[in-house]
Ligand binder design. Structure first.
Ligand SMILES: [Zn+2]
Length: 312
């Protein structure tokens, strides 16, 4: 038994043939070119999947199902992708039906953050636990809640939107329209944005030498002690700590697993983050909930989509 896992993102489309033990037997990826709209992207997804299914590694195993992780929001029961902000032209797309017709195999659709959470739970930093909360901190902040081995979907498949938890009622306006969401303060995009604001205010900083500072530039200069970069970074980590502490207070998962580009800051993120969380949780032993970096790297989307299909 094996499955095909497909990860549909705004930047790249990635897929892999994965066996029941989570081994990646074959993988491939292509740029999404999301700006071309729905049909060309669907064509590329089908070509990518067919290419993999025709490889000898796939022919040697029986691929029975296809798991698809797609940027949300999604309506899982109806198999619809509703309107992801990073896939222009995708509005209520009947993705399950379209792909079932193209591949002739059962399709199991899942929101990409949930799929990634299940991937880390099964094959990565969550292995061996019964419940984890996965957070991805990159351009946005997403979450996947795995309770007793299953994704917690919630009403209208809307659970796990950790990035849209209000952490500062007077904070910056978020892409969702609310003010002070965690994502508006601590995502990679927001960290870069806050750095630009600080520079515009005229505070001297090494960041001025960088044409378009990214979150990675902020991390690099904060490590070197640059005051502006440090202030922006410390604020982001502090608010991430508020978010993680809230998640632990509500769910008490066995582990928190954090992936995404910002998590590549490593101990420079995780050490102060654990301190912030510990200081905020008084009623439970915060050290009992390890806060760990994700381990699957860029393949988390494929392995997560595969895990979804293997569980179906
Ligand atoms: Zn929001």
């Amino acid at each position: 038994m094996a499955v095909l896992g497909i990860d549909i993102g705004g930047t790249k489309l990635a897929a892999g043939v994965v066996d029941a033990e989570g081994r990646m037997l074959a993988r491939d990826e292509v740029p999404t070119h999301a700006e071309e709209g729905l049909e060309p992207v669907l064509d590329r997804i089908v070509a990518l999947g067919r290419g993999l299914l025709s490889r000898p590694e796939a022919a040697a195993v029986a691929v029975r199902r296809i798991g698809v992780g797609c940027a949300g929001p999604v309506d899982l029961k109806a198999g619809l992708v509703l309107q992801p902000p990073n896939l222009p032209g995708w509005t209520r797309v009947p993705l399950t039906e379209r792909l079932e017709r193209a591949f002739g195999l059962p399709i199991v659709l899942e929101n990409d953050a949930n799929a990634a959470g299940l991937g880390e739970f099964r094959y990565g930093a969550g292995r061996g636990a019964r419940s984890i909360v996965y957070m991805t901190v990159s351009t946005g902040i997403g979450g996947g809640i795995i309770l007793d081995g299953r994704i917690w979907h919630g009403l209208k498949d809307a659970a796990g939107e950790i990035g849209h938890m209000t952490v500062d009622p007077d904070g910056p306006v978020c892409g969702c329209g609310n003010r002070g969401c965690l994502e508006a303060i601590a995502s990679g995009t927001s960290i870069a944005h806050r750095a630009k604001e600080a520079l515009a205010a005229g505070t001297p900083s090494e960041l001025q030498r960088v044409a378009h500072p990214t979150a990675a530039d902020v991390v690099r200069l904060a490590r070197e002690g640059d005051p502006v970069a440090s202030a922006v970074w410390d604020r982001a980590v502090r608010y991430l700590g508020i978010g993680v502490a809230a998640v632990i207070a509500i769910l008490a998962p066995e582990r928190i697993v954090i992936g995404g580009g910002v998590s590549r800051a490593g101990d420079f993120l995780f050490d102060p983050l654990r301190d912030h969380v510990r200081r905020r949780l008084k009623l439970m032993p915060a050290e009992a909930v390890p806060i760990l970096p994700a381990t699957l790297g860029p393949d988390v989307g494929i392995l997560g989509a595969a895990a979804v299909a293997l569980d179906a």
